[in-house]
Design a protein around this ligand. Structure first.
Ligand code: NAP
Length: 301
């Protein structure tokens, strides 16, 4: 795949640190080519928040359609946007910014991306079900908001520091009408909550490093459950291996990456009403991951 650049090419990209092994440039550039968009998606490595402010000043005056935001800036980006969509504010994180006449409009497509990918890949709907989210950062917030919107019966946020899980639940609870929200500590006392859930989601980075343990022990899971890891790597993650060892259905975060990226593209192409070519994006993301795996490193957004 080659990106052709013209005098009218608009830019998109991913701001984060590190971004060296992000699959998004390959996934987005393949989509732009297939959709006939004169856009190019570039990695934008930003070392610290001082550099972030400088980069954002440049982005405002360059021909950007928008950009994605990844670790460690998803939460900070809330304050740098001129406007933030209500769902992103409630989630507590921005992963997609639309550039409109020099203004930065923040969105979050991670949560809906996760819910859409579970529907597309497994035919799973959280409606009326009990869900456990492990982790209480930006991705956990986005997932919890999406499960509330999808009318889950109950979402329990488990974290190694209880205070952060409680904060997340307090922020989202006023917006949850048909979903009961709870916060808990990720320790042995959480075993029953996990085993009673229809869906268990890992929203921690545990699993990115080869020697990482599963964030949830196999004994807490069982056949009939769906287990979704936001992490993706060349082979199954430690959580997926643990879940599969007891007969649960397990997926990695590649489907979520694809869905959140497709939604970003559609936000940026708002006026043109472009439908993201999901098959092309999936193939490009898989090929990029295989290539990253051959180099012996892992990627995640
Ligand atoms: P974050 O804001 O930094 O939050 C990380 C969460 O994980 C925090 O709750 C933290 O607990 C917990 N945590 C970190 N290390 C841990 C450990 N060793 N043991 C137990 N808990 C630990 O990160 P994020 O933006 O939410 O992202 C979380 C993960 O999801 C990342 O790996 C990211 O790459 C992935 N992700 C994937 C996609 C995708 O498209 N597939 C999209 C978004 C995010 P404390 O609160 O106690 O620090």
């Amino acid at each position: 795949m080659s990106v052709s650049i013209s005098g009218r090419t608009r830019l998109a990209g991913i701001i984060g640190w590190p971004v060296t092994h992000s699959l998004s440039p390959a996934m987005h550039n393949a989509a732009y080519e297939a959709a006939g968009l004169d856009w190019a998606y570039v990695p934008l490595p930003v070392r610290d928040e001082e550099d972030l402010r400088r980069v954002l000043a440049a982005v405002r005056v360059l021909p950007f359609v928008g950009f994605n935001v990844t670790m460690p800036y998803k939460q900070a980006m809330l304050e740098y946007c001129d406007e933030v969509a209500m769902l992103a504010r409630i989630a507590g994180a921005v992963n997609t910014v639309h550039c409109v006449d020099g203004r930065l409009i923040g969105y979050n497509t991670d949560g809906r991306g996760l819910v859409d990918s579970l529907a597309a890949d497994l035919g799973f709907s959280p409606e009326g079900r009990s869900v456990v989210v492990v982790g209480a950062g930006g991705a956990a917030g986005a997932a919890t908001v999406a499960f509330v919107l999808a009318k889950a019966a109950r979402v329990t946020v488990l974290n190694r520091s209880l205070g952060r899980a409680e904060e997340l639940v307090e922020r989202i609870a006023p917006h949850a009408r048909s979903t009961e929200l709870a916060a808990g500590l990720l320790d042995a006392g959480a075993a029953r909550t996990v085993s009673e859930a229809a869906l268990v989601v890992n929203a921690t980075p545990l699993g990115m490093a080869p020697a990482d343990p599963s964030p949830v022990p196999a004994e807490w899971m069982h056949a009939g459950q769906v287990v979704a890891d936001m992490i993706y790597r060349a082979g199954p993650t430690p959580l997926m291996l643990a879940a599969r060892s007891v007969g649960a259905t397990a997926v990695d975060g590649l489907g979520m990456l694809l869905s959140q990226g497709a939604m970003s593209l559609e936000i940026w192409s708002e006026g043109a009403q472009v439908s993201a070519p999901r098959d092309v994006m999936a193939q490009a993301a898989q090929a990029a991951m295989d290539s990253v795996a051959r180099q012996g490193v892992e990627g995640t957004e």
